[in-house]
Design a protein around this ligand. Structure first.
Ligand SMILES: Cc1cc2nc3c(=O)[nH]c(=O)nc-3n(C[C@H](O)[C@H](O)[C@H](O)COP(=O)(O)OP(=O)(O)OC[C@H]3O[C@@H](n4cnc5c(N)ncnc54)[C@H](O)[C@@H]3O)c2cc1C
Length: 505
């Protein structure tokens, strides 16, 4: 028996994170049907965000300075017009979230209380109860979406493939539900499926995030941009947990130092901005310290001390659960996959290279982040571009064309996924080289020969092949065999329908 078909007369959205629900809230008067694999709050990085959302809200700050910091962090690959556009919309986006009920911290005068994070020229990260921004923002956004009669949310629905008509136009998605395969057909589809940390053995992301939206879009022939640029958070708490809990960047903004096992601060030897250098620099320094057996610890005893439970409750709880009291003991840290700068090529309104398909949030690559995301710009992008994608998608008229049947991709068994995750962390990690990347592609070939072209393998291959093809070190990609930056910055653009992209396919 073939899949059941559900015809939706509005916008179809995959993902209930900040991008997906921001899109849904912007769809009216069109109806929004939102699908997600996991229950609300689960399997979504949005609810896990700690630091907050960046916007030029403070005295002396301006969107143009925020845009300039974004461009600098992105190591030559940020699209300046996109940075300009999104940073100009940032203050309104934060105010919109506050209006929905997100309880941002305020100072005595009622202004937003702002954190300073690495590579930002000003304190500009709006926070909630210290490190609880993601949860609190998502509580407000989810409550608004659930109260909106235009929005229907269905969880337990896993995206497997995109439906297309004979012209290639996207007509919806094929998804697995508890009652079998279902074709959800709609005039416009927005992918908001988040990142891909679950492809790696060490990640701060929910394990379920494996870049499956990106893979489905790539297989349908959408342009994919910059898949090699994966950001490693320098300070995941190293207690062997999967996923690894995060010690937010704000701790370093608050003065916490990185020290080795003998208690010596080491960051000044790597960069003039020391603890506040860009993420990739700090991540590589910590990687190197650990590889050299010197260890890496985040020491917040002096900078935060007794205020830890109140100022950083989530980090405090994670440490205490591992019997580490951060008021008295430095926190062991290691880099972990945190964010994907690459993704489905899209403009700020989510428009992709395929008609009928939109992408927003972490699964999209708008050009905002370039080779390296500036901290706290991702919630911002999810809120701004999610909303713009919803507004653009609601205008799409039903073309009335029938979707062609599509076969669901094979599933990757848990054992094979574990093999892939280990191989990705080993060979497409903080430091890469041709030998490791070639070995990784061989591993992906072997898994594909055994299990077929499962979605996680498609995304992993895109990362590995693009990384191998980029003969330089830039932003999130460090190649020990090409340690310098190329003089002519270029973005990667891959289309699996292009015969020249055979190596990536
Ligand atoms: C621990 C942590 C802390 C962070 N802190 C910050 C911060 O302070 N500031 C900041 O700006 N950014 C932060 N980030 C990054 C930021 O949270 C994310 O980039 C952002 O929330 C992504 O939002 P999104 O809506 O695109 O995706 P997500 O919120 O990750 O949502 C993805 C959605 O897609 C669904 N999905 C995925 N695959 C499928 C599938 N195959 N089928 C159906 N549904 C699917 C998921 O179930 C989920 O609903 C942090 C990330 C982490 C992990």
């Amino acid at each position: 028996m073939g899949p059941t078909r559900i015809q939706h007369d509005g916008v179809l959205i995959v993902g209930t994170g900040l991008a997906g629900l921001s899109a849904a809230l912007a769809c009216a008067p069109a109806r929004a049907l939102v699908l997600a694999a996991q229950p609300l709050f689960k399997g979504s990085s949005s609810a896990w965000a700690q630091g907050g959302i960046a916007a030029a809200l403070g005295p002396g700050d301006h969107p143009s300075i925020h845009a300039a910091d974004t461009v600098t962090a992105g190591a030559g690959l940020v699209d300046a017009s996109v940075a300009d556009d999104i940073t100009r919309r940032a203050v309104a986006a934060v105010e919109r979230l506050a209006k929905l009920g997100a309880p941002f911290d305020k100072d005595a005068k009622g202004h937003f209380a702002l954190n300073l994070e690495a590579a930002h020229a000003f304190p500009r990260v709006a926070r909630v109860k210290g490190d609880g921004a993601g949860r609190a923002i998502m509580e407000a956004v989810i409550a608004a979406a659930m109260a909106d009669p235009n929005i229907e949310i269905r969880t337990g629905v896993s995206l497997k493939a995109l439906l297309q008509d004979a012209s290639g136009r996207v007509r919806g998605v094929l998804a697995k539900t508890t009652s079998g395969l279902v074709e959800f057909v709609a005039p416009a589809t927005i992918l908001a499926t988040g990142g891909l940390g679950g492809l790696y053995a060490v990640t701060t992301n929910p394990r379920e995030l494996r870049g499956e939206g990106l893979a489905a879009a790539a297989l349908a022939g959408a342009d994919i941009a910059d898949p090699e640029f994966v950001q490693f958070h320098p300070t995941a708490i190293d207690i062997g947990a999967d996923p690894a809990p995060l010690a937010t960047e704000t701790l370093r903004g608050a003065g916490a130092r990185l020290i080795d096992k003998d208690g010596h601060p080491f960051m000044a030897a790597y960069h003039a901005r020391a603890e506040l250098a860009a993420r990739d620099i700090v991540a590589r320094a910590i990687h190197r310290q650990r590889a050299d057996g010197l260890g890496a610890f985040l020491d917040a005893r002096e900078a935060v001390g007794a205020a830890f439970p109140e100022r950083f409750p989530a980090v405090f709880a994670a440490c205490m659960a591992a019997a580490i009291d951060p008021r008295k003991t430095p926190i062991p840290v290691a880099p972990a996959v945190h964010y994907h700068m690459g993704g489905i090529a899209a403009d700020t309104h989510g428009r992709t290279s395929l008609p009928g398909l939109f992408a927003a949030g972490e699964c999209a690559a708008t050009g905002l982040h370039g080779a390296n995301r500036l901290a706290s710009n991702s919630l911002l992008e999810a809120a701004v571009c999610g909303q713009l994608a919803g507004e653009a998608a609601r205008e799409i008229k039903d073309p009335g064309t029938p979707p062609l049947p599509v076969a669901p991709p094979p599933e990757l068994p848990d054992r094979a996924l574990a093999t892939l995750r280990e191989a990705m962390s080993r060979d497409a990690g903080v430091i890469r080289d041709a030998e490791g990347l070639t070995r990784l592609i061989g591993e992906i070939d072997a898994l594909e020969a055994q299990y077929g072209r499962a979605l996680p393998l498609v995304t992993a291959r895109l990362i590995a092949t693009a990384s191998l093809a980029r003969h330089e070190s830039r932003g999130g990609q460090y190649r020990s065999d090409f340690p310098t930056m190329d003089g002519s910055p270029h973005r990667t653009l891959i289309n699996l329908n292009d015969p020249k992209a055979e190596a990536a396919a």
